[in-house]
Ligand binder design. Structure first.
Ligand code: SF4
Length: 362
């Protein structure tokens, strides 16, 4: 790294930000609760997609107390479609913690913020700088990209060594006079100017000292260690219809989509499950159900891509002439017309909207 590269980087970046401000709905506030809310919503989410959710949450839960007092089901329903539901659950738990244990007062140091459930180094740094003007540098995907390119750093950003190296560099670069302005500037620069594919380097004020530009390494940086292959999971949802009603259960296990509602589920090791096997697996939850089936069909396959897995789902629809026995602590009978009141995984929502290509089973 050149001797004065850090100083000139920060100056050039702040100059760029002066002429390229970005209007974001949460940028006019110093309320740590609202900043936290926006940061949690924006993790793994584009600004365009996250903004309506932020506005919806701000309206429904204007204070940490309001969020803490809301039922988790309502919070999950408002979150529906954003994915990564553990973020919403952690957010609710943290709001309750701040309400009950901290008397609604948000922690105001980086260290204490980091103790909150669901708050990692990035979010803690963002809240500390935006709400309390502390000199804590944010490091997210945008920041990794900008720093690795400008300084020509080839250490993989997802390795332990890389995380340390970038965190150290970011802390050296932050403007201690205006940490919030610096953090905002580098995040915006990564989002608008130094974008992942084909950045407009010819019109970049940092190009003269940008190592990736000078050495034609823009396509290569940032370097990532090899991604793990995604795992496949095969879900067979059992849609048990009786008159206008259907059975739902709430996901309780420590697994994806905890707290969301679903049709009774049979997870199987492979893509094809034989009908007899399916009925046999259902036997423990719904004894003798097969005797009650009037009509049955199976949906086309649906596939949802998550961060570490692919979910493959089929929906087996059964119309029964009588309800089977079922454990009414685990399952509940709901009107099909009321399904949209429940927080459902997206793949179930897709199925409910798409009624084409059903195969009748005989
Ligand atoms: S010159 Fe290109 S790669 Fe370098 S900082 Fe600017 S936009 Fe990013």
């Amino acid at each position: 790294m050149q001797q004065h590269a850090g100083n000139s980087f920060t100056t050039l970046l702040l100059d760029w930000h002066q002429t390229n401000p970005r209007e974001l709905p949460w940028k006019d506030t110093r309320d740590p609760y609202l900043i936290w809310l926006s940061e949690i919503i924006l993790q793994q989410t584009r600004v365009e997609q996250g903004t309506p959710y932020y506005l919806r949450f701000k309206k429904a839960y204007p204070t940490v107390q309001a969020l803490a007092k809301a039922p988790l089901d309502d919070v999950l329903k408002n979150w529906e479609g954003l994915g990564y539901y553990s973020r919403a659950r952690n957010m609710h738990e943290t709001a309750r913690y701040i309400h009950l244990q901290l008397n609604n007062v948000f922690p105001n140091s980086y260290k204490e913020l980091l103790q909150l459930k669901g708050v990692g180094p990035y979010t803690a740094a963002a809240i500390a700088s935006f709400a309390f003007n502390l000199p804590t540098a944010v490091v997210d995907g945008n920041v990794y990209r900008v720093l690795s390119r400008y300084f020509g750093i080839f250490t993989p950003i997802d390795s332990g060594a890389g995380k340390k190296e970038f965190a150290l560099l970011a802390d050296q670069l932050i403007d201690s006079e205006d940490p919030a302005g610096y953090n905002q500037a580098i995040m915006n620069f990564g989002a608008i100017q130094c974008v992942p594919a084909k950045p407009d380097c010819q019109r970049c004020p940092l190009a003269e000292q940008c190592q990736a530009f000078l050495q034609e390494q823009i396509e290569v940086l940032p370097v990532k260690a090899k991604a793990k292959p995604k795992k496949d999971r095969y879900f067979n949802y059992i849609v048990i219809n009786y008159q206008q009603q259907t059975l739902l259960e709430k996901r309780q296990e420590q697994d994806i989509w905890k707290g969301l509602y679903q049709f009774p589920l049979v997870e199987y090791e492979g893509p094809e499950i034989e009908f007899d096997v399916l009925l046999a697996l259902l036997e423990s939850s719904f004894p003798d159900m097969y005797k009650l089936i009037n009509k049955q069909s199976v949906s086309k396959p649906f596939r949802q891509t998550l961060s570490h897995r692919f979910i493959h789902a089929r929906f087996w629809e059964f119309h029964l002439n009588q309800l089977p026995d079922f454990d009414n602590l685990r399952f509940q009978l709901v009107q099909r017309s009321k399904l949209s009141n429940f927080a459902l995984p997206r793949i179930i929502d897709w199925y409910l909207r798409d009624k084409s290509l059903y195969l009748e089973l005989v």
